[in-house]
Write a protein that binds this ligand. Structure first.
Ligand SMILES: [Zn+2]
Length: 368
């Protein structure tokens, strides 16, 4: 199993080595009870087809069927999850909506995907009120790994694609015209990225996921994932490079463009609040703003400041600075901290370090 996970875990899926790992997050026996009470157990007698799907996936991963308790719960939502409780004890829960939508072959993809999440420790990634860009990036990378584990559970490649089409559209055989090739062509010939806000995307878009599966199906790794070899390492590196290129081009680049705007905004207000702390913006300070940002921005600021009193100015800029800091922090806490420290350092040339330290502490006062 370790070899399979090592061969198929996407290189950007770094949760295991990340500090987000927290052993105390192991779900409690109460949540296990809740999960198992509200559904129909997947047993040989009650749900033989699903039981066979589960057995098939367990065999693929080399884990015993007795380590997994499966349940189908009533819900029209198309959902599934697999949670690890103690070492080698898993609970798999699938919504009836999902079971009704997919055939048994497609369910192998879903069950493999969900068990894959648990085997790869993705349960340790928790979303709360404080999610930054890195967390979403990790989540998207985790989906790529889980899709690969789902893929190896499929008897035929096409079932992975039709499962993906159904899950993402919610449409069943009656509505979807199963021309897998045209779907694959859509994935092959992906158009230029569109301008979408991708900050809070836990899953990569369907076509990107389909492309990642396509790269795997074309790689030698799809037949040799059980073995450890130099060749496999090479194939995996090439596969990961392709997927990473897609994720960068279609999702992360977009985010980084937007991130740059936020960083600049924050830096600008940090410079400004330092300069106007004495109530006026001197000629030399204006020059510094021009060279660090833009002539236009410096001019706009001058016009804006001319109509306000000293108190109004500091209050107003303070609000703008805080807003820009919160915006940046929402995308990435680590980048916000880095930019704060770096800009304060830059400003030491223009202001005394005591008041800069005070300013830094005031900005960070609400940090958690
Ligand atoms: Zn998933």
């Amino acid at each position: 199993m370790i070899t399979i996970l090592r061969n198929l875990r996407f290189s950007e899926d770094k949760l295991e080595s990340d500090k987000l790992i927290n052993p105390t997050l192991t779900p409690s026996s109460i949540s296990k009870k809740l999960m198992t009470l509200n559904g129909m157990p997947i047993s040989k007698e009650l749900l033989p087809d699903l039981y066979n799907v589960m057995t098939h996936c367990c065999e693929k991963f080399g884990i015993g069927i007795n380590n997994i308790q499966g349940y189908v719960y009533p819900s029209s939502e198309i959902q599934a999850q697999c949670v690890q409780f103690v070492l080698s004890e898993y609970v798999l829960a699938i919504s009836s909506g999902m079971v009704n939508l997919l055939n048994n072959n497609e369910l192998k993809f879903v069950v493999g995907h969900e068990i894959g999440h648990a085997l790869l420790n993705h349960n340790n990634l928790k979303f709360d009120d404080n999610n930054d860009h890195e967390k979403y990036r990790l989540s998207r990378a985790g989906e790529i790994s889980a899709d690969r584990l789902g893929f190896i559970c499929c008897d035929e490649d096409n079932y992975a694609f039709s499962a993906l089409m159904k899950i993402c559209s919610g449409l069943d055989d009656d509505y979807l015209n199963y021309d897998i090739n045209s779907f694959i062509n859509l994935a092959k010939n992906l158009k230029e990225p569109t301008n979408v806000n991708y900050f809070e995307l836990t899953h990569p878009p369907m076509v990107i996921r389909a492309r990642a599966i396509l790269w795997l199906s074309m790689s030698n790794l799809s037949n040799n994932y059980q073995n450890e070899s130099e060749k496999n390492n090479k194939d995996k590196a090439e596969l990961d490079r392709r997927v990473n290129r897609d994720l960068t081009k279609y999702i992360d680049n977009q985010i980084f463009t937007d991130l740059n705007v936020l960083v600049n905004d924050f830096k600008f207000w940090l410079f400004t609040i330092t300069f106007v702390s004495d109530g006026l913006l001197s000629e030399s300070e204006q020059l510094i703003l021009k060279s660090n940002f833009s002539e236009e921005l410096a001019l706009k600021l001058k016009v804006y400041l001319s109509g306000l009193s000293k108190n109004e100015v500091t209050q107003d800029i303070w609000i703008k600075l805080n807003k820009s800091y919160v915006n940046l922090k929402n995308v990435s806490k680590s980048i916000a901290t880095k930019e704060l420290n770096g800009t304060i350092k830059l400003l030491e040339k223009h202001s005394d370090s005591n008041s800069l330290n005070d300013l830094k502490m005031r900005i960070q006062i609400n940090d958690r």
